[in-house]
Design a protein around this ligand. Sequence first.
Ligand code: 2AM
Length: 188
Amino acid sequence: MPTDTLRLFFALPCPREQAEAICAWRDGLGLGGKPVAADNLHLTLTFLGQQPRARLEELQLLAAGIEAPPFELRLDHLGGGRLGVLWLEPSQLPPVLPALAGELQQRLRAIGIALDRRPFRAHLTLVRHAGARPREAHPDFAWTVERFALYASEPSARGVRYRELSSWPLVPGLPPLPRFRAEPSPPR
Ligand code: 2AM
């Protein structure tokens, strides 16, 4: 039965080909823990938490107003945090990425959505509760980011599922959102 709220976040989808390659590489590391399913791999731009379903159209309109160009995303570093979370991240942050996250966050705050105050940190979560963090890992995955999407996080029989609700293209030739600049990421 549909609920009145949805657990929402904006993210960059991980294309199927790269998702499969990333999962194959990750699974070869023997990390244990709870691996994120290939279908669920994404890079979060901003997490909204529970929002009224009735606000969906407003959120979709907000996202549709964002104009940014496509960019190359290269995930070439394995990072880790608390609770055995391991993720892929870029060693060089493409400037459009924090700009896009910043633009979304600014627009969401302007319509009264309370967001986490922590600075944006670009990461694609691979596994939770991993047993160990490998010392020698040299990931190198890259793709051209051509769209961003709104997702609902939903329970399913096989654990959480991130369902893509809508997506918006990044348009070649547009300026890279010059009002926003990359902020350094804090250590986790
Ligand atoms: P994570 O991968 O580091 O857990 C859906 O949960 C997505 O939103 C995940 O990418 C998650 O990041 C991110 N996210 C950011 N803040 C969150 C929060 N407070 N609770 C749950 N997910 C959050």
